[in-house]
Design a protein around this ligand. Structure first.
Ligand code: AMP
Ligand code: ZN
Length: 473
């Protein structure tokens, strides 16, 4: 079956037809972090969805060229630097570093390029694009010295967001705050310097100032990926005005269709509200690591729901993620053991060989819920077959090979064997003896002592299992 994606532009699920996959890689542009503080896990939901997209395209044999920008100049970064009394570049450097550290913990593949908005090379390109827009009547300098995009001159403005511009229509000039824009919806391409900006300024034909956020992405996307891009992603909050503006600016300059497929992920919510800095209802990755969750558990928790469905963040959800990975780990350990068996017994089970169901689910607009559903059904059935001794070593190997393929997309395998501290191992051994003696009181007491050392002991058919405990939320 062909790959399909829901395109925000058409509001339809469309068959994926990249421009020229034989001659060049699939180009993907993803809006990156604004580095004025540490990203929260809501932001990382967006980056994990983009990671899943890239990995699935690669599983399907495509080469991918991905760019993610770093917004290191805007009102918030300038304010932050001013308050911290440090230069802008020093202020943003710490959050860039934190972003890369968190992305690595979450096993997010690095983009091929991470252009920064303050790079003179890109500022030059932004200035060049703005000049072209002015020369075509698509932009103008207002009395406040800033340059604005003239949305009335771009008939397609509003098409991505399916936004009815007549609601914003105005005749003549309107005063909007302190700005003198022609239309209330006109957005800044170049922001004239003011005192609040301190020493943050670039020279331009319109006087000193700095670029607007939207033009950054148009300039960096087209500079690195060309005028026509296969896929552009972000969270749904990016659709308007950011991505709408990117289309107007880029197409206003190149005259070509900027993006073929627009993919947007729904938000990570807390109690039904968007996780965001402004609401203060956010967690950063270190917040969750401190509670004892691992990068792969958080990755799983953020990935497991279809990207277009809102996902509510809960501690129960984190526990479910942990349980799902314990099941996967145990299944893999069991399969590995089975694969080493030398008996001549043949498989009689109906789960001898893997099918394509996992990747086919992802082909359908990255239906990760269905793909994971299939994974856990597989785990259940192959475990049952192993319980009944109906799965032979060669089938176990086939499933392990299948897992390798699946894990190229999910990247959820445990990194290393968990090392159990000697003291914990000793207590667990004692507990095994007390249980054999049916001394349940003592056994529970030992469980508590093990828990106090940060480990959870579970009793399974194969004996005790030890796992590191998360502190409760
Ligand atoms: P920002 O740093 O605010 O520009 O956001 C970076 C990325 O995170 C953008 O693609 C946003 O759409 C996305 N984003 C922000 N908040 C959330 C959230 N609560 N859930 C999912 N994505 C989000
Ligand atoms: Zn952007």
């Amino acid at each position: 079956m062909a790959l399909q994606f829901f395109n925000t532009y058409s509001r339809e699920v469309e068959e994926f037809e990249p421009r020229d996959p034989a001659a060049r890689p699939i180009s993907i542009y993803t809006c990156g972090p604004t580095v004025y503080s540490r990203a929260h896990i809501g932001n990382f939901r967006a980056y994990i969805f983009e990671d899943l997209l890239q990995r699935h395209l690669e599983l399907r044999g495509y080469k991918v060229h991905r760019v993610m920008n770093i917004t290191d100049v805007d009102d918030k970064t300038i304010r932050g630097a001013r308050e911290a009394k440090v230069p802008l570049s020093k202020f943003t450097a710490q959050f860039k570093e934190a972003f890369f550290e968190d992305a690595e913990t979450l096993r997010i593949k690095r983009a091929d390029e991470f252009p920064a908005a303050t790079d003179q090379h890109y500022v030059d390109r932004m200035i060049e694009m703005i000049s072209v827009l002015i020369s075509r009547g698509l932009a103008y300098q207002a009395d406040d010295k800033s340059v604005y995009f003239r949305i009335n001159k771009f008939p397609d403005y509003g098409k991505l967001a399916h936004f009815d511009l007549t609601q914003l229509q105005s005749t003549g000039r309107v005063k909007h705050d302190e700005y003198d824009k022609e239309h209330i919806g006109d957005f800044a391409l170049w922001k004239a310097w003011d005192e609040e900006d301190g020493d943050v300024a670039w020279e331009s034909p319109w006087g000193p100032g700095r670029p607007g956020w939207h033009i950054e992405c148009s300039a960096m996307a087209t500079a690195l990926l060309g005028d026509e891009i296969d896929i552009h992603c972000g969270g749904v909050d990016n659709i308007f005005p950011h991505h709408e503006a990117e289309i107007a600016q880029s197409e206003g300059v190149t005259g070509k269709k900027f993006v073929r497929y627009w993919l947007h992920c729904a938000h990570l919510l807390v109690d039904g509200q968007k996780m965001s800095k402004s609401l203060g209802n956010f967690y950063t990755l270190p917040d969750l690591l401190e509670k004892g969750y691992t990068g792969r558990e958080i990755r799983y928790a953020l990935m497991r729901v279809h990207y277009r469905a809102p996902l509510n963040f809960t501690w129960d959800g984190m526990q479910e993620a942990r349980q799902a990975l314990i099941r996967t780990d145990e299944w893999l350990a069991r399969l590995r053991e089975k694969s080493r068996e030398t008996s001549v017994q043949r498989s009689t089970s109906n789960v001898q060989r893997p099918t394509q169901e996992f990747e086919e689910a992802l082909d359908e607009d990255l239906n990760i819920s269905a793909a994971l559903g299939f994974l856990f059904e597989t785990i259940r059935e192959t475990n049952r077959a192993m319980d009944r001794n109906e799965l032979d070593a060669s089938s176990a190997n086939a499933w392990l090979d299948w897992w390798k393929r699946v894990n190229n997309v999910l990247d959820l395998e445990t990194e290393a064997e968990v090392v159990i501290p000697a003291e914990v191992a000793q207590l667990a051994k004692e507990r095994e003896n007390t249980r054999r003696e049916k001394n349940w009181r003592k056994s529970d007491e030992l469980r508590d002592r093990i828990a106090a050392l940060g480990w959870e002991v579970r009793d399974t058919n194969d004996g005790q299992k030890l796992t590191p405990r998360a502190s409760s939320g």
